[in-house]
Design a protein around this ligand. Structure first.
Ligand code: BG6
Length: 512
């Protein structure tokens, strides 16, 4: 957990060092940690990638990347220069085992300069096809075993962890032959978000929510992550993944687990992970194709002209097959079969090329049993608690209020808390939190292998069914609209779903 004591001295080795993730997220996060004095006292980063850089060129490239993100470039320049001195670079072809000798040499030179350090954290920020190759090659060069009792070798693996249950098990098994389970960190950056962690604090540090947080008082729950951008330059990866694998199997189901888990016995990592595991084990599986068709809607964005601008459809994006059936939007209804949540629908949605970027959790409470007031709101959108994960992070509670005056007219109002009203307004990036946790050896916010496998077990039948159906049942929505109309068909119960914000103006679905 983040406290103000830096982790023990260590070396961080980043594979995929010149890639998009490393440049956009990892180095800027490391720099922020450096500015806050949270990096280890003796610390170095070795970037590994195929692009040819010297240490000096690599540093100046990263300097540029970080400066691009900084408002006040002059103010950070001294600190940035000091930070950059901790970065080193080795370029080689990571497919070839023999080339890892170069990394071995660099590690052997650097480790002794970091004081009494026998600790190496590897970060796989590479395409998933490298997740088996790199650890195997590291092992072949004795880079995966510590030389002393106080030492360790850890690995952070980016998502996607597998592309289905079988591949997740295979990858998990392989990693466990090289690193011990406590040293494997499977990252889900949603769990590093401040607002997601606050879900635990909101629920378990306040007495007022928990008594209502169950099937007796909650009508349904919405969890949505809308994105405005399309697939951009990630077409190659995305076309083999799709929204179900890319967002739902990991980010959104993990969010759901934080919303629904029981209070842990204490705030230890394993206690929290136990409760998360139980939620995943209680998700009701879809057992027939019909159930899948009735509960999950998939769709793809199509081209359109908006305000004079021509927006590409998914099939016009780079690297995407002209007849691709990969979904860029998924809406699904699922249930958690346990004592707290039995029969409460969870409506989960995500999509690319929607009108705005917005991730939100909304708890819809049941309405009063009797309507005493004329004009009183009825249905489950009257009292709702909305937790905005991003952007404009906030929490808002909606309820009915008597309009001042002679009658009893009811008006819906809301109590809002906005994160930017706090004095400390800058929320740390998810990667800052997750990097420091892995450096400290705290796995609380990293999913367990068993949790990921349970999640794939739930997702696999849907993938398999879609695979069999091909284009049949795939819906379409024009770019920058709210997704297909078909999503509303999931919602015949409860009716108030239909008032949910996300789907205000659905587009017609063309079933092919
Ligand atoms: C990534 C997905 O894991 O999460 C991307 O691969 C998606 O497709 C991204 O855009 C969304 O993350 P965030 O933090 O911007 O909501």
């Amino acid at each position: 957990m983040l406290n103000n004591t830096p982790p023990a001295n260590q070396l961080l080795v980043i594979f995929g060092a010149s890639g998009d993730l490393a440049e956009r997220k990892l180095y800027p996060s490391l720099f922020k940690l450096y500015q806050r004095g949270l990096l280890p006292e003796s610390f170095a980063v070795i970037g590994v990638s195929r692009t040819v850089y010297t240490d000096v060129l690599f540093r100046s490239h990263i300097q540029q990347q970080i400066l691009n993100l900084e408002q006040d470039k002059a103010e950070v320049s001294t600190q940035l220069n000091q930070f950059l001195q901790q970065l080193y670079y080795v370029h080689f072809d990571t497919h070839k085992e023999e080339e890892y000798a170069q990394l071995r040499k660099r590690v052997d030179e650097l480790l002794p300069t970091l004081g009494d350090t026998d600790r190496i954290l590897y970060y796989l920020a590479t395409p998933p096809l490298m997740y088996e190759i790199i650890p195997t090659c590291l092992k072949a060069h004795q880079l995966t075993t510590a030389q002393s009792d106080a030492g360790w070798r850890r690995i952070i693996v980016e998502k996607p962890f597998g592309s289905d249950l079988a591949s997740a098990i295979k990858l998990g098994d392989l990693l466990q032959t090289i690193f011990s389970e406590p040293n494997i960190y499977r990252i889900d950056h949603y769990l590093g978000k401040e607002t997601v962690q606050n879900m635990l604090v909101l629920r378990f540090s306040n007495g007022i929510f928990e008594p209502l947080w169950n099937r007796n008082y909650i009508d349904f729950v919405e969890i949505s992550a809308a994105e405005m951008l399309g697939v951009e330059e990630r077409g190659k990866y995305y076309d083999s993944a799709g929204a179900l694998r890319d967002m739902i199997q990991n980010h959104l189901l993990q969010l759901m687990a934080f919303v629904t888990m029981e209070a842990p016995a204490n705030f230890e990592a394993e206690s929290i992970r136990n409760e998360v595991d139980k939620v995943f084990m209680s998700i009701r599986p879809y057992t027939t194709p019909k159930q899948i068709d009735q509960s999950v809607v998939r769709a793809q964005y199509t081209e359109q002209t908006l305000d004079g601008t021509q927006l590409k459809g998914y099939r016009q994006e780079e690297y995407i097959a002209k007849d691709s059936t990969t979904e860029t939007f998924v809406a699904m209804k699922l249930y958690i079969d346990n004592w707290r949540w039995s029969d409460v629908p969870f409506f989960i949605r995500t999509g690319k090329c929607l009108p705005e970027k917005k991730s939100e959790i909304t708890i819809h409470f049941k309405s009063t049993p009797v309507q005493l007031f004329a004009g009183q709101c009825s249905g489950s959108s009257c009292n709702k608690l909305t937790i905005r994960i991003q952007p404009d992070e906030s929490i808002s509670l909606k309820f009915g209020l008597k309009l001042p005056g002679l009658g009893y007219e009811v008006k819906q109002v809301s109590m809002d808390f906005k994160y930017n009203s706090l004095q400390e307004t800058t929320l740390p990036d998810a990667y800052e939190r997750l990097l420091i946790d892995a450096m400290e050896g705290d796995p609380t916010l990293y999913p367990r292998s068993s949790t990921l496998q349970t999640s794939w077990r739930f997702i696999d039948p849907i993938l398999c069914h879609w695979n069999e159906k091909g284009a049949e049942g795939l819906c379409f929505y024009p770019a920058r609209t709210n997704g297909p109309e078909e999503q509303l068909l999931l919602l015949h119960e409860p009716l108030s779903f239909k008032n949910a914000d996300f789907a205000d103006t659905p587009q017609k679905c063309d079933i092919t």
